[in-house]
Write a protein that binds this ligand. Sequence first.
Ligand SMILES: C[S@@+](CC[C@H](N)C(=O)[O-])C[C@H]1O[C@@H](n2cnc3c(N)ncnc32)[C@H](O)[C@@H]1O
Length: 260
Amino acid sequence: MSTIAKPHAPEPRSYCLDGREVDLLHYIYGRPDIKELRNNPQKVLAAIDEYHTNHNMLMNIGGVKGAYITGLISEHKPSTMVELGGYIGYSAILFGDAIRANGGKKFLSLEKNPEMAAVSSQLIDLAGLRDVVRVLVGSSDKLLVELVRERKEIDQIEMLFLDHWQELYLPDLWLLEDMGVLAQDKSLLVADNVIMPGAPRYLEWVKATPAQKRAIVKKLNVHPLKPNPNLVYDTHVPQFQTDWGKDGLAITKIVGEEVV
Ligand SMILES: C[S@@+](CC[C@H](N)C(=O)[O-])C[C@H]1O[C@@H](n2cnc3c(N)ncnc32)[C@H](O)[C@@H]1O
C-alpha cells in the first residue's frame, strides 16, 4: 500500500487539521436539508455549530463571542473588515453577513492554509456570501503588505479581527502601525483568545501608554519591524464562557497619537 507524501502540509494537532475540516464539508453537503442552507448564512452557521457539538470541536469564534463582535459591527458599520486567520469560514460567514446587513461592502479573510481556505470558500459560497467575502490564501504579513503597499486596496483599517496564532498578533499589529493604516477614531481592533490560550505580549502592548511602549521598543530587538509606540490605544477585555473554557476578546480603539 502506498502513502501520499504531504511534505508541505502542517502537522495535525489534537484539535484541528486531523481531517475534521473536510469531514465537516461531507457532513454539511450530506444533510437532507442542504437546499435550505443555500443562501442562508444563519442556517449554514447552525449546521457548523451542530457538527461542532455532536461530532468534532472546531476552533471557530462560536456563538457567544461571535454575537458580541456582530454587535460591534452594527455599532461601527465598517465598509471593509479584515480578518487574520479564516479557518473553515465560520467567522467570515457570521461577520460577512453582518457587514452586508449594516451596509458594508467587503470582508477579507486571510488564511495561510490552502486546505482551510478551500473549505471556507465552499461554505461561504453555500451561504450566498461570495459577493461580500473574499478568501485570500497566504500568510497574513505578506498579504497585508500586498493589500496595502502593492495593490493599494486598503488605505485604512476600519475593523480588524486578529484570530490566527497568538504569537503573530503583535508582529502583525506592528506591521500595520508601520504602514500607517491605523487611524484615530476610525480603526477598531478585535483580538480573539487573549485569555485562552492567551496573547500576553499583544495585550501588554495594546494596554501600554506611549511612554511604556517606547521603553518596550528600546528593550526588544524589533528589527526589521518598525512599531509606532506613539499611537494612543484604549483597550478593554470583555470575558466570556465558551465551549473551550473562559476566554476574552481585546477590543482596542486608536484614540490619538503623541507627538514626540
Ligand atoms: C483560530 S483559527 C481561525 C478561526 C476563524 N477566525 C473563525 O472564528 O471561524 C486560526 C487560523 O489561522 C490560520 N493561520 C495561522 N497562521 C496564519 C498566518 N500567518 N496567516 C494567516 N492565517 C494563519 C490557521 O491556519 C487557522 O486556520
